[in-house]
Design a protein around this ligand. Structure first.
Ligand code: UFG
Length: 342
């Protein structure tokens, strides 16, 4: 298949592009590098020996996107592009709604014009809000979110489901990611957040490499085994392979359908820090600070549906995630900014 990948230079996008190329698919990346680096394209070529086509455009620019879409003439689309910082979304909701909804509308209109009806959409476990106790199952229907970023995922899942119900011929995967971490085993691509990392794993890695003094543990008084928050961390390469599995099964699925992509296991903040300490062979200092607003005590996936219907299961454990995340950070202490070839 020829797959158009929006946000293909981002953390999950770049690992998915590698997985697609390794499976023999052709790829066109659409990215404006607002939150990613062009160096990623070189690194993908280094890993796979193939340089994916690139359209450097903002999806909100409908005219430019039409030209790129027509030139690529893709069989399918994987849509990663979007803003994703929870705190920032609460501070500037309009920007989040305009960006995440507007860029998806631009994409859907182009897909309709060109008769491309196979779409894999980046959703998030955030759509479960606090409506269920873990493990979260896709059944149940009602979705909610506690912040504007999460609401864009809830809304877009609904919009995509409505379109698929109204118009025949669509095949849409709504992939609900849990907490992707780690990096490619080559150490060439990984997570490279701009500014202060919002998420635990990249923060821990920046402490381990000496860029930050200590990790802030957001609360140790949760009703969990060691009092710190528990999450379903999933190796980004497993997640990438989940996208390929969904894409390759989608022809058999009519309409829109949701699948959880997680491991089914919870790991606490303290356990994750310990795994990175083992991988890096050094102590990672931490201090306990008050809880972060909006954080849930525990979240992990029921993975039954993805296993049964996509024939996919995460195979990498926390030690693998810590090892590959550390390898990436050790080889690129300042992320892609260390690459002086551009
Ligand atoms: N945490 C810390 N210190 C930090 C950062 C996080 O202790 O510096 C803790 C959090 O309290 C939580 C755990 O580490 O218990 C994981 O936090 P992350 O920010 O890494 O991940 P979240 O589960 O909060 O958020 C992720 C995605 C969101 C998504 C959400 C729900 O980043 O995009 O899952 O699915 F919305």
């Amino acid at each position: 298949m020829h797959v158009l990948v929006t946000g293909g230079a981002g953390f999950i996008g770049s690992h998915t592009v590698v997985a697609l190329l390794e499976r023999g698919h052709d790829v066109t990346i659409v990215d404006d590098f607002e939150n990613s680096s062009p160096v990623v394209i070189d690194r993908i070529e280094q890993i796979t020996g193939i340089r994916p086509a690139l359209a450097e455009i903002d999806l909100l620019d409908e005219d430019a996107f039409e030209v790129a879409f027509a030139a690529a003439a893709p069989d399918a689309v994987i849509h990663f592009a979007g803003l994703k910082a929870v705190g920032e979304s609460s501070a500037d909701p309009l920007r989040y709604y305009a960006h995440n909804l507007g860029s998806t509308f631009s994409l859907l209109k182009a897909m309709k014009r060109h008769g491309t009806q196979t779409l894999v959409f980046s959703s998030s476990a955030t759509v479960y809000g606090d409506l269920q106790e873990p493990p979260y199952t896709e059944e149940g229907g009602r979705l909610d979110a506690t912040n504007p970023y999460g609401m864009t995922k809830v809304m877009l899942e609904r919009i995509l489901s409505d379109i698929a119900a109204a118009e025949p011929g669509w095949h849409i995967a709504l992939l609900r990611y849990f907490n992707p971490i780690g990096g490619h085993e080559s150490g060439l691509i990984g997570e490279d957040p701009s500014g202060i990392p919002n998420n635990l794993a990249p923060y821990v890695l920046q402490v381990s490499i000496g860029r930050r003094p200590h990790v802030n543990i957001f609360g140790d008084d949760y009703p969990t085994a060691d009092g710190t928050g528990e999450r379903d961390y999933i190796h980004v390469v497993d997640l990438a392979q989940g996208h390929v599995a969904a894409l390759e099964r989608l022809a058999e699925v009519d309409g829109a359908r949701a699948w959880n992509l997680g491991t089914g296991h919870g790991t606490s903040v303290k356990q994750l820090i310990a795994a990175f300490e083992s991988a890096a062979g050094r102590t990672i200092p931490s201090v306990v600070v008050p809880r972060r607003d909006g954080d849930l005590p525990r979240s992990w996936a029921d993975t039954t549906r993805a296993e049964a219907e996509l024939g996919w299961k995460a195979t990498r454990d926390i030690a693998d995630m810590a090892r590959d995340g550390w390898r990436w950070q050790q080889r690129n202490p300042n992320g892609f900014a260390d690459d002086r070839t551009r």
